[in-house]
Ligand binder design. Structure first.
Ligand SMILES: Cc1cc2nc3c(=O)[nH]c(=O)nc-3n(C[C@H](O)[C@H](O)[C@H](O)COP(=O)(O)OP(=O)(O)OC[C@H]3O[C@@H](n4cnc5c(N)ncnc54)[C@H](O)[C@@H]3O)c2cc1C
Length: 489
């Protein structure tokens, strides 16, 4: 009989872990409380349009490809994506518009033309981000960097030798504002802090590495939308023998001393030699392990921000828009001050994603599918009804002003997602999108590891553990955890 492995939660991290365990020879069972796999990478049909409900930015696609290659399959036969010409179109209130071309030289030229910032400053900063990635990715992203052995690797010595270059004692904004004269470019690069739910005014300068992914390595989009990532890897999992238990919530993790013996669901006990959790670590400890101490310790770390999203099926098409669009606020620091206090600024930066620009079938001809998102604080019991209606008004005003026409009258159908609903759907503590925030230079060191010495056969993947949230990092967490798990006997 094959040795059993259980994965709890079919987010991207859990699905990747299940595939890796099946390929290691385990009889692998993937349990998902919802009726379908994917976790935050969801999909919605509304008003004749299709929407990706969660992530929309796709970087490091090779980490998805790697799963197919590991299984001896050609990724291109099962999953296709295209490089984007522009990673984002930026709009400011004074009428300025800037395309972030993925070709560095073209972007630097456009930045100089639009903002007056010398192109050498842009290229110099992008080179600096690339160097940061080369220095840190091997240690901070692709290995269990909290383990002692990691500090003996040559890469770690290299980091130590170049410590000054990490900018760990400056904030992201501190570094960026020293590199650029243009306030618009400062705001543009500051925004990358929000990619892991943090503030550019508090997150360490090391996180300027995030800009490297889009600007130097490229932005991509799956040919049939983000949800295609889930469809493709779910099929891969099934082809390699993973049993997917959708609609089956794991109720407890059963232990004896330092050993995990298996899990329980409403159908009873399932023994397992390996258990991997893709559940946010706080509900995992509190509900599944009934261990209040570790849950409390994790809770002490500030959560990342959440999101308020309006899915609008629009009965007309707005040609000014690209796939990814940002409408900046006039006062960026005020926005993050409000978030820190648990509030939403009256003038939030608006992100508008129209997948129909890349997947024409996502909206019927003459229509647009708008995913309109603002960053909001994680749920602290605020009056979300009031926040949603105030935000809806300010978003409509801003978009109407910038697009030069009333927007509300074009909304044919609407659905809203707020932090409470994000928590209900995905069990993410307080609706935070990326687990704990990176608003401290110690955040990376305090993030929950992929394995704890206390339990020898329990592993952790997903956005609330090392190396962090976002699709690429969740995929990296599965690789790190599963590389440490021995093959089935
Ligand atoms: C609105 C939004 C926008 C985002 N934008 C981006 C983006 O543009 N690019 C990007 O890379 N990332 C983005 N992210 C973040 C990214 O989606 C997440 O980091 C990633 O998908 C999380 O994957 P995960 O493996 O942590 O699992 P999750 O997606 O958090 O899924 C965990 C799963 O575990 C299940 N579960 C929980 N408890 C149990 C239990 N007891 N038993 C069984 N199942 C259980 C849940 O139902 C859920 O399906 C965004 C997220 C959101 C919500």
């Amino acid at each position: 009989m094959k040795e059993k492995a259980v994965v709890i939660g079919a987010g991207i991290g859990g699905m990747a872990a299940a595939i890796r365990l099946a390929l290691k020879g385990y009889e692998t069972h993937l349990f998902e409380k919802n009726g379908e796999t994917g976790g935050k990478i969801g999909e919605l049909y509304l008003g004749g349009c299709r929407f990706d409900t969660g992530p929309s930015l796709f970087t490091l696609p090779e980490l998805v490809d790697e799963l197919f290659a590991l299984a001896g399959e050609d990724p291109r036969e099962h999953f296709s994506y295209v490089p984007l010409e522009s990673s984002c179109r930026y709009f400011w209130g004074d009428g300025t518009m800037l395309n972030a071309w993925t070709n560095r030289d073209r972007f630097a030229e456009e930045a100089e033309r639009v903002t007056g910032e010398p192109r050498r400053n842009v290229l110099g900063f992008l080179d600096e981000c690339a160097e940061l990635y080369d220095l840190t990715s091997g240690i901070f992203i692709f290995s269990p960097f909290y383990q002692f052995d990691n500090f003996r690797k040559p890469e770690s010595l290299n980091v130590a030798r170049n410590f000054r270059k990490l900018n760990a004692f400056s904030t992201m904004h501190g570094v960026i504002s020293r590199r650029f004269r243009s306030e618009k470019l400062v705001q543009l690069f500051d925004r990358y802090a929000t990619y892991n739910g943090s503030s550019p005014y508090r997150a360490p300068g090391t996180l300027n590495v995030i800009a490297h992914l889009e600007h130097n390595m490229g932005a991509y989009f799956p040919e049939n939308g983000m949800r295609e990532i889930v469809r493709a890897i779910e099929k891969l999992a099934l082809r390699h023998g993973v049993t997917i238990h959708n609609g089956e919530e794991v109720l407890t993790v059963v232990r004896e001393g330092n050993l995990v013996k298996g899990i329980t669901t409403a159908s009873g006990f399932l023994p397992a030699g390996v258990v991997v959790s893709d559940v946010d670590v706080i509900p995992f400890y509190r509900k599944l392990m009934r261990e209040e101490g570790p849950a409390r310790r994790q809770e002490r770390q500030e959560r990342s921000t959440s999101a308020l999203i309006f899915y609008w099926a629009m009965n007309r098409r707005f040609e000014e828009l690209d796939l990814h669009n940002i409408f900046f606020s006039a006062d960026y620091p005020a926005e993050f001050r409000a978030l820190q206090k648990g509030a939403v600024s009256p003038d939030p930066t608006v992100y508008l994603f129209a997948s129909s620009r890349a997947v024409p079938g996502d909206a019927p001809e003459g229509m647009d599918n708008w995913f309109v998102m603002i960053n909001v604080p994680y749920d602290r019991g605020q009056d979300w009804g009031a926040i949603v209606s105030a935000a809806r008004k300010s978003i409509l005003d801003k978009l109407g002003r910038r697009l030069g026409c009333p927007v509300e009258e074009s909304i044919a159908a609407e659905k809203v997602l707020d932090p409470r609903e994000i928590e209900r759907l995905t069990a993410s503590h307080r609706g935070a999108l990326y687990g704990s925030s990176s608003n401290s230079r110690f955040a990376a060191f305090r993030r929950h590891p992929n394995v704890k010495s206390r339990y020898q056969n329990l592993w952790f993947v997903g956005g609330s553990v090392h190396p962090g949230g976002g699709i690429p990092l969740c995929l990296a967490s599965a690789k790190i955890a599963c590389d440490m798990i021995p093959p089935a006997e």
